[in-house]
Write a protein that binds this ligand. Structure first.
Ligand SMILES: *Cc1c(COP(=O)(O)O)cnc(C)c1O
Length: 466
């Protein structure tokens, strides 16, 4: 026992001291590159791990360089940002877990320009006095949607909540049972309704709701008729729901406001391109609906935001609600959204400049060529098969439910590594790559991979498969 203890001690003594490592050439380099707190944390963790190893019977590292290399890896781990860019090879264009909509260049440039300095965020330059934050987007949104007035909050869940609180706080809202959606596990229309203080009155059955169901539910306590887009699912078969036009007529008859939560809110007509059957927002507004709400970062392709467009009466009440202050957008969102909306002033510019629209509308042949470039960039070994295969991708993010987009993907099989192993390596390396597994192969959908990402993605795969 005595001997073994002495042995440990002499081995432990051979480890460098914290100070020694800090003063070494490597240590001085680390201190010039990284915050001191993380350099120290990494050194201490590395030395502690080595002490444990020695106590467990291991040998100390050969030299200081061997100690240092372990420290460097830990410093990198501690100083790597948590929020990182990833390559989306899933083919899901609006991937909620991957940040939904990538922004257009014009939006990025506007954010950088506005955020780096001061701005007239709440200042009226013509009058030289306090101005209104939501005034900046009002004209563009009303131009493009045809609504009389508009306001913007943090996300569409907030827009729905603000609208319900404003129009129906403490009173009843009539909604079809088939439209009580849950989006992404956390946004449930009934829960948002409860938070807003509105009382839910469900009408109809899951698959069928008729106009007479709404009409029967109207009473002295009714404040609002609400229609909700069935965003991420589609009831098929024996179904019927009431078109917004009929609800607008019903609202007019009973002097009740009608609201339509569109969820995605499409500003560019995708139908002529054979992509889905989504009406554009201006068509919905034309029905005379009092209020529509939709997301900034779904089909619109902008930053996270919730847009409420409707009558002047409804919008001014919403802006006056104290909740509006808590749900307001910041200047970066405003800058990104204004630039994105401006692109819609010319629909063809929107289609080519807004990444979400570009990816949804991309020709299969273009996707196929990108997949081929990716496939030929993968330096595969003898036991690896790399093929370009046809597949289908989806819009995602609760948009265009049931619409499948023909696409091309690179299918990778390795004789040595399971698809799960390859998927994990791709996901945990730099840059992280998110891919799918299908029929025992790793599948990389070229729809959501940028041309400029192809070389990096090919290099990552070559490295893993080699
Ligand atoms: C996505 C969605 C929402 C929530 O919008 P966020 O911008 O994600 O907050 C609300 N309603 C519907 C119908 C949706 O599809």
């Amino acid at each position: 026992m005595e001997e073994a203890g002495k042995d440990f001690r002499s081995l432990l003594m051979r480890l460098p001291a914290v100070d020694e490592l800090l003063k070494s050439a490597e240590g001085r380099l680390w201190l010039s590159l990284y915050p001191r707190r993380y350099v120290l944390m990494a050194i201490r963790e590395r030395l502690e791990a080595l002490r444990l190893e020695i106590r467990g019977g291991g040998q100390p590292p050969r030299d200081q360089a061997a100690v240092a290399s372990g420290v460097e890896a830990l410093i990198k781990k501690y100083t790597a940002p948590s929020l990182r860019g990833v390559i989306n090879a899933t083919g899901v264009v609006l991937h909620t877990n991957l940040g939904r909509a990538p922004l257009a260049r014009a939006a990025l440039e506007n954010v950088a320009g506005i955020a780096k300095g001061y701005s007239n965020l709440e200042y009226d330059l013509a009058k030289g006095k306090r101005g209104k934050r939501h005034s900046h987007l009002r004209r563009l949104i009303t131009d493009i949607t045809g609504a009389r007035d508009a306001t913007v909050v943090n996300n569409n869940a907030a827009a729905v909540m603000l609208a319900l609180s404003t129009l129906a706080g403490g009173r009843q809202v009539i909604v079809s049972r088939g439209e009580l959606v849950e989006i992404g596990g956390s946004f449930r229309i009934p829960d948002v309704m409860a938070q807003s203080g509105a009382v839910l009155v469900e009408v109809g059955t899951t698959n069928k709701t008729h106009l007479r169901d709404y009409e029967r539910a109207i009473g002295p306590d009714t404040a609002l008729i609400l229609k909700v887009h069935q965003s991420n699912y589609r009831i098929t078969g024996f179904t019927s729901d009431v078109p917004i036009e009929e609800l607008v007529a019903l609202g007019a008859k009973h002097r009740l406001p009608v609201m339509y939560d569109l969820g995605s809110g499409c500003l560019y007509d995708l139908r002529p391109h054979g992509v889905g059957a989504e009406p554009v927002v201006s068509e919905v507004v034309k029905t005379g609906v009092d209020l529509v709400t939709f997301s900034g970062d779904k089909l619109l392709g902008g930053p996270q935001a919730g847009i409420a467009a409707g009558s002047e009466e409804v919008i001014s009440k919403m802006n006056a609600n104290p909740l509006a202050r808590a749900l307001r957008i910041d200047k970066m969102t405003l800058a990104a959204l204004e630039a994105t909306f401006f692109l819609y002033a010319d629909p063809e510019t929107a289609a080519s400049e807004i990444p979400v629209l570009r990816m949804l509308l991309e020709k299969p042949q273009t996707i196929r060529e990108r997949a081929q470039r990716l496939a030929s960039g993968i330096g595969a070994g003898a036991d690896v098969s790399v093929e370009v295969v046809s597949d289908s991708s989806e819009a995602g993010g609760g948009s265009l439910p049931g619409v499948s987009l023909p696409t091309w993907a690179v299918s990778v099989r390795s004789g040595r590594l399971t698809p799960n192993r390859v998927e994990e390596s791709l996901r945990t390396g730099t840059p992280p790559v998110i891919a799918r597994i299908k029929a025992d192969a790793l599948l990389l959908d070229a729809r959501t991979v940028g041309d400029e990402e192809v070389p990096a993605l090919a290099a990552r795969l070559s490295g893993i498969l080699a």
